[in-house]
Design a protein around this ligand. Structure first.
Ligand SMILES: [Mg+2]
Length: 229
């Protein structure tokens, strides 16, 4: 029985200590001379495209593909610098659960993240975690996180020649925010919420994930779910 694990990054695998948020604000300043802030926007679980489009609109800049690309490119440059400045780390149990899943030939792992693909690579490269993910759906694919699930399933099919679109219950969407959970529910996947990141256990419980963990030292609960226990 094959399983597909689709992982969020920030707050789930990695604590980037605000590097992405700092880099995005600096990039807006460098590209447009704009003094920007996130006030009034719920960042947790949003996609980078969604955030950039919101920042452009809020600061009366043109929400064009050209401006998106320009700011994205500068953001990646600055992200590499900012990742070296903070107290970045992976969460407890993360490397162990990725390794264990990786050793099972019937378990595939991909990314389902709001990060731009290049930003995902930069963040995961700090911890040598890119090796676990052969494909992903990313923040440039859509502003709407719920649109990323079907894209991830399509890429899983192309990468592993297995059609999880017909077996959504064998797909496990893993993340730290209510947006991750609703994104998984939108494709009929099982959902694994982890309270290491941006949303509390109480807030995550409201959207009824399949299981809810404090952190990945509770990996046995994940594998029990995968094995149908
Ligand atoms: Mg997250």
């Amino acid at each position: 029985m094959k399983s597909l694990l689709l992982w969020d990054i920030d707050g789930t695998l990695v604590n980037a200590d605000g590097a992405g948020r700092r880099a995005m604000l600096l990039a807006m300043g460098d590209c447009f001379g704009a003094e920007v802030s996130y006030d009034g926007f719920e960042i947790a679980g949003c996609t980078d495209r969604q955030l950039l489009e919101w920042l452009l609109t809020r600061h009366n800049l043109v929400k064009s593909e050209k401006n998106f690309q320009k700011c994205s490119a500068r953001y990646i440059e600055l992200l590499k610098i900012e990742m070296g400045r903070g107290n970045i780390h992976t969460y407890d149990g993360v490397e162990s659960i990725l390794q264990t899943a990786d050793r099972n030939p019937d378990t595939f792992q991909g990314l389902l993240t709001g990060n731009l693909s290049e930003a995902a690579r930069v963040k995961l490269d700090c911890f040598d975690l890119n090796q676990y993910f052969a494909f992903g759906a990313y923040g440039e694919d859509s502003a709407d996180r719920n649109a990323l699930g079907p894209i991830a399933l399509e890429r899983a099919r192309r990468t592993h020649n297995h059609d999880f679109e017909k077996q959504p219950e064998r797909v496990f969407v893993i993340g730290d925010t209510i947006r991750d959970i609703s994104c998984g529910q939108a494709i009929g996947a099982s959902t694994i919420a982890v309270a290491t990141g941006f949303h509390s256990r109480k807030k995550l419980a409201v959207c009824k994930p399949t299981i809810l963990l404090d952190d990945f030292t509770q990996a046995s609960e994940v594998f029990a779910l995968l094995n149908g226990a």
